[in-house]
Design a protein around this ligand. Structure first.
Ligand code: NAP
Length: 251
């Protein structure tokens, strides 16, 4: 009788998770099944290779039950650095279910010495900071964080989201644009110029530096970067290839 296929749960929603799933097909043994899990809040243009599941697990306990029930042998947490709850749950669930897990931690962005930037602890601190100097702000931080800026009635915001927000934005002066990454430098530069942007507020998500940062640097726009929450403890890898090597070593 052949061995049961080994199952890897890949917590996704990022470009890196998709790359891991794509490379796994070519570089990992055939009997390894990679299951990519999505929260399922936004529409995906295409699914990654392998098995796909969608929706929450019901907290850390729910995830621990899922791991046992599905016979998952390994968990790779490749969620976004700001998906704090999911990463904490993954850590706790893997402890409960005694399943090995690694966390993909992206390298921080490096900015040139002449860049005009500040780093703040959270969205409230970002709102405090820009209240002192900004007039026209490009906000690309996500739907859930807009509330932090609602008292800034003197500032005009250009807000970019992937999908239509569930309710009107609580911002006095703004324009909403809907667009899906990746974005190129030319388009980001035109956007910043066309709207007279003086400040960019972004999550410091790490990894490949997005074109909006390069466009802001070129235009001399002030960049306000919100620090990611501290990642949970346990094993970490720093890249897609390291994640694949980690899987290979565990099996
Ligand atoms: P979150 O606040 O950390 O998670 C909230 C809940 O959503 C989790 O407790 C879990 O529900 C469910 N969930 C999150 N990621 C999941 C996944 N990959 N598979 C199954 N369930 C998941 O997460 P978030 O910040 O809203 O992000 C949601 C998803 O979008 C993540 O997969 C993340 O990688 C991706 N994303 C987030 C950002 C960002 O800025 N936060 C940016 C780009 C992409 P249960 O407790 O019921 O299990």
């Amino acid at each position: 009788m052949p061995d049961k296929p080994k199952k890897v749960l890949l917590l996704g929603g990022t470009a890196e998770a998709r790359q891991i799933a794509e490379k796994a097909v070519t570089f990992l043994p055939r009997d390894i099944e990679v299951i990519t899990s999505f929260a399922g809040r936004t529409r995906r243009p295409t699914d990654p290779p392998g098995t796909v599941r969608e929706g929450g697990f019901g907290g850390a306990r729910g995830l621990a039950d899922y791991l046992k029930h599905e016979g998952i042998g390994l968990v790779v947490d490749a969620t976004h650095p700001f998906a704090e709850t999911m990463s904490d749950h993954a850590y706790d669930a893997c402890q409960m279910a005694e399943v090995s897990r690694t966390l993909l931690v992206r390298p921080s962005w490096r900015l040139p010495p002449n860049a005009r930037w500040i780093e703040v602890a959270d969205m409230a601190a970002a709102a405090d900071a820009i209240g002192g100097f900004a007039k026209r702000v490009f906000l690309s931080t996500g739907t859930q964080e807009i509330e932090a800026y609602s008292d800034l009635t003197e500032i005009w915001f250009l807000v970019r989201m992937i999908a239509e927000p569930p309710a009107p934005l609580a911002l006095e002066h703004h324009e909403l644009i809907l667009a899906r990454p990746p974005f190129d430098l030319e388009a980001e530069t035109s956007l910043i110029e066309a709207h007279g942007i003086d400040t960019l507020v972004t999550k410091h998500a790490g990894g490949a530096r997005p074109a909006k940062i390069d466009a802001a640097l070129e235009a001399g726009v002030i960049i306000v970067m919100v620090q990611p929450p501290p990642p949970p403890p346990g094993n970490r890898v720093g890249s897609v290839d390291e994640a694949l090597n980690w899987i290979r070593r565990q099996i």
